[in-house]
Structure formats: structure tokens, C-alpha cells
Design a protein around this ligand. Structure first.
Ligand code: UD1
Length: 419
């Protein structure tokens, strides 16, 4: 298992290029099932999660060609003949569930093994299933599997109890070829949902309102193949913004959409980080005096849970008391004990973390407990005294393209040790 070694203390400079959003590409690959024609995703991020969801589709006989040189994913789902993906692959990646909507829409059935719990919470899928059921699918859960069948899907009004990203996406994908109109109320508003709607519309679907809390989908008979370039990864960009702040450096981040970055820009600005938007780039200057802040994670456009761990690392080094409240996932403070090993003063009280800024962190061996936790520990390592060894790097590889090479390009002393 690889380790990432960071020798702290270097100031960063220069610019870094942001990849396309993992959380856009995964539902888009799933959505390509909807058409039997070829779909091409350009500028796709070459990430472990993208490889796994591609294998999930291959396990039902889709033909997927991933060109790592041109960052293209070419998907041909014309030969899909099976509606039960390999359960070992499904268990590897929770986002495999995004194939439920497309499968029931195109083939009128699927059988998929249930997800287990994951590190950051139990992550149930009842909202996905309620939505599919409201469209006319008969859904049953038993023996560790979800099974669904539908002779015909019919549009309906669906109010989500919680604006779940995955449930919104699954229902949208199931509804695009249903008869009549579907309205999803209290829908998730994340930019990746808008991107999925753009992809579906370019296939011939009729989706409006994505990016707001009410999405309307008028069913069409058939969808065609398309070519799509996904949006930039706002969480990767946010991670590099924190890298600048935690090392008290000034860097340029190339490849952002200002609107998508607003919740992160607002919080870093409140702390005293200076941020200048230059078109599709950000110049982030963390050389000023930084102040403690309070953060509450919320569904978009609130502060993203996927940036919570990175902010905790940064606030661990900002004099004064900060409070982070995690409202999205019930168990997303697994990075706190690892940060404490590095000298951070963090107390967990239920869903809140109280952080007393320390003068310094010290390098040691720490374990990446999930994707964003791992990235946050690398950030802590960048400013820690001495050497930090981050283990269980496979979590980080799920969602960051060449994180150590991108940080090296900014002047960080970081490398990967293959064991
Ligand atoms: C997506 C993102 C993930 C991000 C999360 C929240 C992808 C591939 N992943 O995950 O990076 O952290 O949004 O922004 O896009 N819930 C239920 N019942 C359901 C569905 C969800 O209770 O049927 C709960 C979950 O347990 C969780 C909360 O809703 O506590 C948010 O989950 P959701 O928005 O569905 O996240 P994901 O789509 O899994």
C-alpha cells in the first residue's frame, strides 16, 4: 500500500490546474447507460473511482475505453444484456448505485447488492428507492440486494425529505424516459446536478430547473449519444485554496467556476485569506493574519461537507477558537484523532468539533480514513515541523488526480513511496 511522505515547511508558489469534478463524472458515466449510442466524456479525471464505475458498467457488458493520454472516456452501452452488476465492484464504490435510475429507465429492471456502511456514516438509500417507487417501479430489498422492476415508468411529483445528491440524480435519470412530467421538490442543488442535467439534455432529454430546489423532467421516448466536458472539481480547487492558506503562501488555481466556489471563498475570506477571482482562475493569498471562524456544513449552496476536514486542518493552526458543525454525515470527524497525533487541539462534542489553534503541528505517521480526511492530513503535513507519513493513500487516489505531483509543482516537498 502506498504512502505519501510530506516534509513540512516549504512555501508554495506558482499555479496548479484543476481537474474535472469526480462527482460530476460518476453520475454522467452511469447516465450513459440511458442511450444505446456512444457517449464520450472529454477531460475526464483519471481517478480510481472513475476506473471502478467503468468496471461496474463493464460487468454488465458495456464497452468502455479509457484513454489516459487524452483523458477521454468512450462508453458504448449498446450491448448491455445483464442488469445485475458484479457485487464485489458495487461494494467498492457507493456511487455504483447511480446505475439504478438508468437501468430501470432503459431496461425496466435491475438487481444490485446493497451498500454496507462506510467510514463517514451509514448512508442509507431509502430516498433513492422511494423516488423510483413513485415513478412506478416495484422495489424490493432482501438477502442483501435491491431489486426493481417496472413495465412502464410514469412521471410523478416527488418531494425529497432531504436534498440528497445521489437520490436527486437517480430520480432524474429514471424520469428522463418516463411517460409525462416528473417534478422533484426539495431537490439537491449541487453544481454537479446541473452538469448531469446538461449531459442528459445533450442526449435529448428535457430537464429544467437543475441547480434549484425544483427540477422538472418531461419524459422523452429515446436518448442519443453525446460528447460532454464536465465542470471543474470545486472540492479539488478548495483543497488547493487551503494548501495556500495553511502554508501562508500565494498561489494561482486555474480551472474554477466562481459561482461554484462561493461558499468556500466566503469562509476563507472571513478568516483573512485574500482571494482574487481572475475569470476561471483564483489567486489565493494566505500570507496575512488569519482569524478563527465557525463553520456549519450544509447542502449546497451551504458549506460543503467535502471541505470540512481540510478546513479543520487549517483551523488547527489559526490562533483562537473555531467550531465546526457537521450536519450532513454523522461520523465525519475520523480525521480529528489523526490531526491530534500531529499536535492539533480538537475536542469532539457530538456533531461539533471545537478547535483551539496550536502554534505548530509536528509530523508523524497518520492514517487516511477517507478521501477528504487523507487530503486534509497531507495539508497538515505541508505546514508541520518535520516529516508526515500519510498511509492508506488509496482513499486519496479515489478523488484526487496526482495530488503529490500537483503539490510538487507548487514547490512542496512531497513524494509517494510505493510499498
Ligand atoms: C454526494 C457526494 C459526496 C458528498 C455528498 C454530500 C457523489 C458521488 N458523492 O454523496 O462526495 O459528500 O453528496 O454533499 O456525488 N441520505 C439518507 N437517505 C438517502 C440518501 C441520503 O438518509 O436515501 C443521507 C446520507 O446518509 C447523508 C446525507 O443524506 O447523511 C447526504 O447524502 P447524499 O446527499 O445522498 O450524498 P451522496 O449522494 O451519497
Amino acid at each position: 500500500m502506498d504512502k505519501i511522505i510530506v516534509k513540512g515547511g516549504n512555501t508554495l508558489s506558482g499555479e496548479v490546474k484543476i481537474s474535472s469534478a469526480k462527482n460530476s463524472v460518476l453520475p454522467i458515466i452511469a447516465a450513459s447507460i440511458l442511450s444505446g449510442d456512444k457517449c464520450i466524456i472529454e477531460n475526464a479525471p483519471m481517478l480510481e473511482d472513475v476506473f471502478v464505475i467503468s468496471d461496474v458498467l463493464r460487468s454488465v457488458s458495456a464497452d468502455i475505453d479509457i484513454d489516459k493520454n487524452s483523458n477521454k472516456v468512450i462508453i458504448d452501452t449498446s450491448d448491455i444484456c445483464d442488469c445485475e452488476p458484479c457485487s464485489e465492484l458495487v461494494k467498492k464504490l457507493r456511487a455504483s448505485f447511480l446505475i439504478m435510475g438508468p437501468m430501470i429507465s432503459r431496461f425496466g429492471k435491475f438487481r444490485i447488492s446493497l451498500p454496507g456502511g462506510c467510514n463517514i456514516g451509514t448512508r442509507p438509500i431509502e430516498l433513492h428507492l422511494k423516488g423510483l417507487n413513485a415513478l412506478g417501479a416495484e422495489v424490493s430489498v432482501g438477502h442483501g440486494y435491491v431489486e426493481a422492476r417496472a413495465r412502464k415508468l410514469i412521471g410523478n411529483k416527488i418531494y425529497l425529505d432531504f436534498p440528497s445528491v445521489g437520490a436527486t440524480e437517480n430520480i432524474m435519470m429514471a424520469a428522463v424516459m418516463a411517460q409525462g412530467e416528473t417534478v422533484i421538490e426539495n431537490a439537491a442543488e449541487e453544481p454537479e446536478i446541473e452538469d448531469l442535467a446538461e449531459f442528459l439534455n445533450s442526449m435529448g432529454a428535457n430537464v429544467t430547473g437543475a441547480g434549484t430546489d425544483t427540477i422538472r423532467i418531461v419524459g422523452v421516448k429515446k436518448l442519443k449519444g453525446t460528447v460532454h466536458k464536465p465542470i471543474y472539481d470545486r472540492i479539488e480547487a478548495g483543497t488547493f485554496m487551503v494548501a495556500a492558506a495553511i502554508t501562508r503562501s500565494k498561489i494561482k488555481i486555474v480551472g474554477i467556476n466562481e459561482d461554484h466556489m462561493k461558499p468556500i471563498i466566503a469562509k476563507l475570506t472571513e478568516m483573512g485569506v485574500s482571494i482574487e477571482v481572475q475569470g476561471q482562475s483564483l489567486v489565493v493569498d494566505g500570507t496575512g493574519v488569519l482569524k478563527p471562524i465557525d463553520i456549519k456544513t450544509m447542502p449546497y449552496p451551504g458549506f460543503p461537507t467535502d471541505m470540512q476536514a481540510q478546513m479543520m486542518g487549517l483551523l488547527s493552526l489559526v490562533k483562537g477558537t473555531s467550531i465546526i458543525t457537521e450536519t450532513i454525515f454523522e461520523n465525519r470527524f475520523m480525521h480529528a484523532p489523526e490531526m491530534k497525533r500531529m499536535g492539533a487541539n480538537i475536542k469532539i462534542d457530538g456533531r461539533s468539533a471545537i478547535i483551539e489553534g496550536a502554534d505548530r503541528l509536528t509530523g508523524c505517521e497518520v492514517k487516511s480514513t477517507d478521501l477528504r480526511a487523507g487530503a486534509a492530513l497531507i495539508l497538515c503535513g505541508l505546514s508541520a515541523v518535520g516529516s508526515t507519513e500519510v498511509t492508506d493513500v488509496y482513499h486519496i487516489d479515489r478523488g484526487y488526480v496526482n495530488i503529490e505531483r500537483k503539490l510538487q509543482g507548487l514547490g512542496a516537498n512531497i513524494y509517494r513511496k510505493c510499498i
